[in-house]
Design a protein around this ligand. Structure first.
Ligand SMILES: [Zn+2]
Length: 68
C-alpha cells in the first residue's frame, strides 16, 4: 500500500495518509480538519519503520511538521 504525503493549505500541516482508492476523497487535515489538502509528490520515499500490516492496522495520521 503506498503512502502519500499531503500538506494542508490552511495551516501548512504535513501529514501522511495511506492511499486507499482513487475514488476516495482526499483526506482532511488532522490538525485543522481542513479539506484543502494538496498531495505531495514524494515517490521513492522509503519509510524507516513502515506501517504494520495485518492485525495492527493503520494509525490515524498525524501532522509531521507541527507535532503537538
Ligand atoms: Zn490544516
Amino acid at each position: 500500500m503506498p503512502i502519500f504525503e499531503y500538506v494542508c493549505e490552511e495551516c501548512d500541516c504535513q501529514f501522511e495518509q495511506l492511499f486507499l482508492s482513487p475514488k476516495d476523497p482526499p483526506p482532511e487535515c488532522p490538525k485543522c480538519h481542513g479539506k484543502k489538502v494538496k498531495k505531495l509528490m514524494s515517490i521513492g520515499n522509503v519509510r524507516p519503520h513502515g506501517i504494520p500490516t495485518g492485525s495492527g492496522g493503520f494509525k490515524a495520521p498525524s501532522c509531521m511538521s507541527c507535532r503537538e
